[in-house]
Design a binder for this molecule. Sequence first.
Ligand SMILES: [Zn+2]
Length: 272
Amino acid sequence: MKIFIFLAFFALSLYGIDIFQGKSEVIILENIDKNSVVKFQNKVIKPIPNPLDKKQMLILLPVDYKSLLGEYKLEYLHNNSKKSILIHVKKGIYKKEELRVNPKKVNPPKEMLEQIQKEYKEANAIYDTNGEKIYWAKPFIYPLESEITSNFGNARVFNDTLKSYHSGVDFRAQVGTPIKATNDGKVVLVKERYYAGGSVIIDHGNGLYSCYFHMSKFFVKVGDIVKQAEVLGLSGKSGRVTGPHLHFSFKLFNTTIDPLDFITKVNTSVFN
Ligand SMILES: [Zn+2]
């Protein structure tokens, strides 16, 4: 294990790491000062102890979907001297969904704008909070076992204009399907919202949040401490949807990342 970590570290300090737009990476370091402030693309990223080996520190590193391509330095401290790892941001390959709609339908009604803005600010303030307590110490799970109907990252092009991209993954779910917490955490938002409909957000600690949208019923409230697999509520078709499903997503240091890719990365690099 030690040799593997050493070799892996040697390789990454030589060549750096490739990360695609919209994806994340788990970097395991032993030679890092515990209070080291890691900087990447003007974001401060606090390393956290590996739940299975407290000598190691984990850096959960998100790369924004719209990040400029190129080389970036991830900087940290070891014995008070500055070290860095080279990160190559590569082009994310995602499908395009071309939609032709009545231009009036792209924009919400005027009387809803204030509420939408308020909801956006509220969620943003949550995602910007990097709580000290780390809640998770187990592999992450999917919120339900079902077919995926829309992947993360699909570009949504309305009338030839790139409007947005799919910020999570959609699971097929009949109204009333139990939705489980992906891991331990603290419930920080339970609310009906304009776009997302019935929404639950869980804080997993240090800037990591999981989100469950379009739900029809809640079994938790703000402040609840939940365990992995605890049922948060029932799926639905609330908000702006074309049919019933669960929209599941993660925010990491207020960056939207591919949720299933993140689960695979954490589960294989930390818990294998
Ligand atoms: Zn979705």
